[in-house]
Design a protein around this ligand. Structure first.
Ligand code: FAD
Ligand code: NAD
Length: 473
């Protein structure tokens, strides 16, 4: 006999585990299934994000940033440090400990909320039965509702087959045992820039090969231009408009052949990261004969309330359309739980913040100037450089800017774009403002503490109306 639950969630990433906890909070009996095993051989709920994504990458970004500061920035504060060196094993152990603490935390949250956790691979059969395969054990559970939150996996390209030794994907790039002397990265997207930055700061010579002619096309190109300049100064060698035509791992190094508008080129690196995007992990999520509609890229098709083509089956997170971001998946998880419990639910896809954790950080919410031009929406822009704030100067980080784009007639804030120190934290004010349909005038009238980086937000809002105080308008 199979166990019965009101809701069965497949996948315990930020979409699935949040959905499961919210269902349980709402009084629904809930099971959550995840197949992932941690480095210690034990179940590791938390998905890509906690295990091999957001968290370990941010741990390494933080460690490498500290190292970079000691080596490049402390001297200007009058702090002399002799012979700073990096112990990669300790850095990795710190990262692994953080991951273990957080995945353990999910299991405790499941217990506290009475979510039943199953380790194993789940597959949806007919009548909302889910079969769970855990080694040789097979078990079946029944869900009144089923939530598919099976996430995504790295895309591979035949020209650079990943062996997790010389050619790695994002997971392998979090595990190097030493700093490669020369590192190649295919793809100057979010992962390529973040992980490229980690190893560059630790001393690797990094070359990033990007297929497109422009960097980060989804971001406001004024901000990207600023960031690109900083990346160049840091020694990140980003080559745009490249087509990788071959790789060779037969020797000690990796040979990479690529072509661009100037012809064919060879590059020799110690390690190569392939970071060309992710695809939904939906291949075997339903059993044979179950007709779950997917698009041609494998994303599960859903309506505007996350309902799939199957009765009482929802899908959320990286497995469905929209940005592949942890917080987007978690909000969908909460929304679906509330729908199942008979409540109303809504996710505002127009105001999902993006953050790229390079230094300077890049963050934005809402529309870019380029999108508004394409849509023919009239706008005004207020821009303010961090260099004109006392706090950024005191921190010795006078780089980047905040750009606020407001509707020309209504003054409603349509987009906020930041490149600079702690953009990741500053974007929250913009998100709150936009959620409340604030105008730039509203932000301009709010008192911002002095001296803080948030004063750049205040000044950018003033600048929309050409009345910034600390710069010429
Ligand atoms: P996932 O996190 O992928 O979780 C799905 C889970 O389901 C996995 O554990 C998988 O093992 C399990 N699963 C799949 N199929 C089955 C099955 N049949 N049975 C049982 N279990 C199954 N996003 C951010 O917002 N901020 C960041 O800073 C950030 N950094 C990132 C850094 C890297 C290196 C990477 C790779 C990604 C990063 N992301 C970041 C993206 C983020 O990790 C994903 O958007 C997020 O994890 C998606 O959540 P999810 O729950 O939909 O899927
Ligand atoms: P991405 O889509 O951000 O970037 C992939 C890049 O590779 C693109 O610029 C693309 O033009 C390029 N590319 C594709 N094929 C190529 C080829 N053959 N040769 C050269 N370049 C090629 O994907 P990603 O960096 O792999 O990250 C995947 C997703 O994970 C992100 O889009 C994001 O949703 C999520 N993520 C988020 C964060 C964050 O929020 N800070 C961090 C990491 C990952």
């Amino acid at each position: 006999m199979s166990d019965k639950y009101d809701v069965v969630v497949i996948g315990a990433g930020p979409a699935g585990y949040v959905a499961a906890i919210r269902c349980a909070q709402l009084g629904l009996s809930t099971a959550c299934i995840d197949e992932r095993i941690g480095k210690d051989g034990k179940p590791a709920p938390g998905g890509t994000c906690l295990n091999v994504g957001c968290i370990p990458s941010k741990a390494l970004l933080d460690s490498s940033e500290q190292y970079y500061r000691i080596s490049h920035e402390f001297a200007s504060h009058g702090i002399r440090v002799k012979d700073a060196s990096i112990d990669v094993a300790t850095m990795m152990a710190r990262k692994d400990k953080i991951v273990k603490t957080l995945t353990g935390g999910i299991q405790q949250l499941f217990k506290a909320n009475k979510v039943t956790f199953y380790r194993g691979r789940g597959q949806l059969l007919g009548n909302n039965q889910v079969v769970i395969q855990n080694g040789d054990d097979t078990q079946t559970v029944d869900g009144g509702y089923v939530v598919l939150a099976c996430g995504s996996e790295p895309i591979d390209i035949p020209v650079a087959p990943v062996d997790q030794d010389k050619i790695v994907d994002s997971t392998g790039a979090l595990e190097f045992e030493r700093v490669p002397k020369r590192l190649g990265v295919i793809g100057a997207g979010v992962i390529g820039l973040e992980l490229g930055s980690v190893w560059r700061r630790l001393g690797a010579e990094v070359t990033v090969l990007e297929a497109l002619d422009n960097l980060l096309p989804m971001a406001d190109q004024n901000i990207v231009k600023d960031a690109h300049r900083q990346f160049k100064t840091q020694g990140l060698n980003i080559k745009l408009g490249c087509s990788v035509t071959g790789t060779d791992c037969s020797g000690k190094k990796v040979g990479v052949n690529y072509s661009d508008k100037n012809g064919d080129h060879d590059l020799e690196v110690d390690r190569l990261i392939v970071a060309v995007g992710r695809r939904p992990n939906t291949k075997d999520i339903v059993g044979k004969g179950i007709e779950l509609k997917k698009d041609d890229r494998g994303f599960i098709e859903i309506d505007n309330q996350w309902r799939t083509s199957l009765t009482n089956v929802f899908a959320i997170g990286d497995a469905v359309r929209g940005p592949m971001l942890a917080h987007k998946g978690s909000e969908e998880g909460i929304a679906v739980a509330e729908l199942i419990a008979g409540q109303h639910a809504h996710v505002n896809y127009d105001v999902i913040p993006w953050v790229i954790y390079t230094w300077p950080e890049i963050a934005w919410a809402g529309k870019t100037e380029q999108q508004l031009q394409e849509e023919g929406v009239p706008y005004r822009i207020g821009a303010f450089p961090f260099a004109a704030t006392g706090r950024a100067r005191a921190m010795e980080q006078p780089m980047g800017q905040i750009r606020i784009i407001a509707h020309q007639d209504t003054d409603t804030v349509l987009g906020v774009h930041i490149v600079g120190p702690y953009a990741s934290e500053l974007i929250a004010e913009a998100v709150v403002a936009m959620e409340f349909s604030a105008s730039s005038e509203d932000i301009a009238r709010i008192v911002h503490a002095h001296p803080t980086l948030s004063e750049a937000m205040h000044e950018a809002a003033l600048a929309v109306d050409k009345r910034a105080i600390h710069k010429a308008n």
